[in-house]
Design a binder for this molecule. Structure first.
Ligand code: G16
Length: 524
């Protein structure tokens, strides 16, 4: 009991601001950093309990990811490197909002049992919230996917890789070098690091690549602000290159987000027109590559692509009708996509915003491994099996990872001898637009059908349906963000003018029917 009193005493040093209610959202708690002190403290407690419950090492990542510099966030990572389960997200929300003694009372004894967790941060220092675990390992500044990787390595006793930043570089860079060893000339890549941790980590990694990939690094944090007019989210949502970077026509470019778990590719053509290759284009390139290799290897494995409502209609059409792969749609948040992808031998999952990876079932990995070692198979099958094995090794299967995704995409383009322009022509995106609407309480919007339809407030979905009918090849949906205090609006249609007009009209409907605050949305 004295120990419990001590927890409460320490907690009093990290008071919850009166009236503040925060929810464990799409990717943990996210808000202005000033409001997060009590959350940091309480998530330390939750990680302790989660470690005890799972008898494994748990990860605690401190990051605001794609959000502006003044924000921060924290999320827990489960034993295999995946996001924490939904029931524990609910515990997190309770622990964040209620009196500690009420929430912790029934399980406080656990706080003092053996447990272990590791922490990392994408910027700044950690607050003093980590006082309970028996074992605490602080990785300091790491990308979010690096911490996911470390958790998995810790809990597989090194089978997934060595649980160090060096181990991470060695694993993924060696696989990249192996995968591309028979490929000659390669052009260089222009990378926007969003002034975030990804830029620092790419610098650290470069020597491991042994000049097999030439990267020119922009927005490396030496001057600009984190995610400000740069980074994957800016490039995707604004549909333009990061401000201030000189891009030569045709040059292959990519942008990370602030904690390097997302990546998007792009180029400008000779007329200066910007072309974006987002998560959908990456999922298409990767699944085409894998499907071809599986066919060459003679392996009958079930491959699927998992998307969200944001996936461009053209990508879904291409995947289903031309590539003939299974496509599934889930709610936003990689945690949802990850779980669906686990149902297949090979599950390629990507959000349109560039957050995604590929999962291989244990059985699929074993079949590929056996074939790669089999001395009685013909050269073609063997070569495909070896490429598949190295492909598995270049992928961070714990979570979407900008660095690992970049290595994978670079390898595929090099192996296929494909330019970014050729990749872009696989299919043509439907013009689209994403907007945000500020409302008094975004929880008034409830959705169903993988967020493609609004259930509340009354009349909103009907309004959207009527607006969509006015345009050709049109689609639109709205959903409350889980990382920002806004409602997101997505629209696509046959022309950019129509997509913009539809997005604006739907924004107005949200503003009027869901309690908009501030000025009415203006036409684009
Ligand atoms: C997080 C999640 C992503 C999600 C994004 C936007 O990204 O990890 O899966 O797509 O938020 O979520 P929302 O639309 O709910 O704000 P990140 O890169 O910020 O961690």
């Amino acid at each position: 009991m004295a120990q419990f009193q001590e927890v409460l005493k320490q907690s009093a040093l990290h008071p919850k601001p009166a009236g503040l209610v925060l929810q464990y959202g799409t990717s943990g708690f996210r808000t202005n950093a000033k409001q997060l002190d009590h959350i940091m403290f309480r998530m330390g407690l939750l990680a302790t309990l989660r470690s005890k419950k799972t008898k494994a090492t748990i990860g605690v990542m401190v990051t605001a990811s794609h959000n502006p510099e003044e924000d921060n966030g924290v999320k827990l990572i489960d034993p295999m490197g995946e996001m924490v389960t939904q029931d524990w997200e609910e515990h997190a929300t309770q622990l964040a909002n209620y009196m500690l003694c009420n929430v912790l009372g029934p399980c406080f004894a656990w706080l003092f049992c053996f447990c272990s967790f590791i922490v990392g941060t994408s910027s700044g220092s950690l607050s003093a919230f980590l006082s309970f675990p028996s074992i605490l390992l602080d990785y300091g500044l790491v990308t979010t996917p690096q911490l996911h990787y470390m958790v998995c390595c810790q809990n597989t006793q090194g089978k997934y890789g060595e649980a160090t930043v060096e181990g991470y570089y060695t694993k993924f860079c060696q696989a990249f070098i192996q995968l591309t060893k028979n490929v000659r000339s390669r052009s260089h890549l222009c990378l926007d690091g969003a002034n975030g941790i990804g830029a620092l980590k790419v610098r650290e990694m470069e020597s491991h690549l042994k000049k097999e990939l030439q990267i020119s690094l922009n927005n490396d944090g030496s001057k600009g602000r984190l995610n400000h007019q740069c980074g994957a989210d800016y490039v995707k949502v604004q549909q333009k290159p990061p401000t201030g970077i000189k891009i030569n026509p045709g040059e292959r470019c990519c942008s990370f987000d602030g904690d390097a778990d997302r990546i998007v590719y792009y180029y400008t053509d000779s007329e200066g027109t910007f072309h974006l290759l987002d998560g959908d284009k990456m999922a298409t390139l990767i699944s085409t590559f894998l499907k071809e290799l599986l066919t060459q290897a003679g392996l009958d494995l079930k491959i699927a692509v998992v998307q969200t409502a944001y996936a461009n209609g053209s990508s879904t059409h291409y995947l289903e009708n031309t590539m003939k792969v299974l496509v599934r749609c889930t709610k936003t948040g990689v945690k949802h996509l990850h779980h669906v992808a686990q149902e297949f031998d090979v599950g390629v999952y990507f959000e349109a915003n560039g957050h995604g990876t590929v999962l291989f079932s244990k059985a699929a990995e074993e079949k590929i491994q056996q074939l790669a070692e089999d001395t009685n198979v013909n050269d073609k099958r063997k070569k495909a099996a070896l490429l598949l094995r190295n492909t598995i090794n270049v992928i961070n299967q714990t979570v979407g990872d900008a660095i690992s995704d970049m290595l994978l995409i670079e390898a595929i383009l090099a192996i296929k001898g494909m330019t970014i322009q050729q990749w872009d022509t696989i299919y043509t995106d439907l013009p689209n637009r994403q907007l945000k609407v500020k409302v008094a309480d975004r929880r008034v919007i409830d959705t169903t059908d993988a967020e493609r339809r609004a259930v509340t407030p009354a009349g909103l979905q009907e309004a959207i349906d009527n607006l969509v009918k006015k345009y050709r090849q049109a689609r639109s949906f709205v959903r409350p963000s889980g990382t920002e205090d806004v409602v997101r609006v997505y629209a696509e249609a046959d022309t950019q003018e129509s997509a913009d007009a539809l997005a604006h009209e739907v924004s107005l409907a949200v503003y009027r029917l869901a309690g908009g605050v501030g000025d009415e949305p203006k036409p684009l």
